[in-house]
Design a protein around this ligand. Structure first.
Ligand code: SF4
Length: 227
């Protein structure tokens, strides 16, 4: 009888009854986490973003890429890295020999933060505040707990400083493979959107080569760990 009562109460408390952030602490699958994150209101960004843009990719990916936040196109599509910066990242992965099917893509903040352009209808990206990154961290920790990547790649300063410390400098320390409780190796490189802002074709090509070189190190490490 006692066991029946316990089973009954366990059934009554399903993950649907828990607040979204509680599911981040307990959720066991990406599908469960994604469903709960869709209702997250742990910071004010849910008011301006169209939807939560949760991570996507292989559930046991060897490599996890973490950017800052979804952009305009990602916000509309509900998927990470589908805009112009995402295209650059996918091209760099291909050149570095990283298969799309082996990776998981996400961001430290899962809603698009923006302000309206002075003229026209464009939505201008705004950097998330520390409090917003902190509020969203349980989702990233949950993704790391479920996926357990061999390498975690921070794209840009926001992701790098949030995961490797505020003093981390992407320009000085990019490409270094650092041991961490987050993954056997954590590394940082530029955010692919910075390549879009390169002043001319020559510097764009040079920046792309440097990104590919960083990703080649990631590919080598992931292959070695799998051997
Ligand atoms: S940005 Fe993160 S913490 Fe804030 S509402 Fe969206 S999912 Fe929740």
């Amino acid at each position: 009888m006692k066991r029946q009562a316990a089973n009954k109460s366990a059934l009554l408390v399903s993950s649907k009854d828990l607040s979204p952030i509680s599911v981040a602490l307990t959720g066991k699958t990406l599908a469960e986490l994604r469903r709960a994150a869709a209702d997250c209101k742990a910071c004010d960004l849910w008011k301006t973003g169209t939807q939560t843009v949760f991570g996507e990719g292989a559930s046991k990916a060897r490599i996890m890429f973490v950017g800052e936040q979804p952009g305009d196109q990602e916000d509309r599509a509900g998927q990470p890295f589908v805009g112009p910066a995402g295209k650059i990242l996918h091209k760099a992965m291909e050149e570095a020999g990283i298969d799309d099917t082996e990776v998981y893509l996400t961001n430290v903040v899962k809603h698009f933060k923006w302000s309206p352009a002075e003229r026209g209808k464009r939505r201008i990206h705004k950097k998330p505040r520390y409090s917003e990154i902190h509020a969203c961290r349980p989702w990233l920790d949950a993704e790391l707990r479920v996926v357990q990547p061999q390498v975690l790649v921070c794209l840009g300063a926001t992701a790098a400083q949030s995961l490797l410390g505020r003093d981390f400098s992407v320009s000085r320390q990019r490409g270094q493979l650092i041991k961490s409780p987050l993954a056997p190796a954590v590394t940082a490189t530029v955010h692919p959107s910075s390549i879009l802002r390169a002043p001319d074709g020559e510097s764009r090509r040079a920046q792309m080569r440097a990104l590919v070189d960083d990703l080649k190190k990631v590919a080598q490490f992931a292959t070695k760990r799998a051997a």
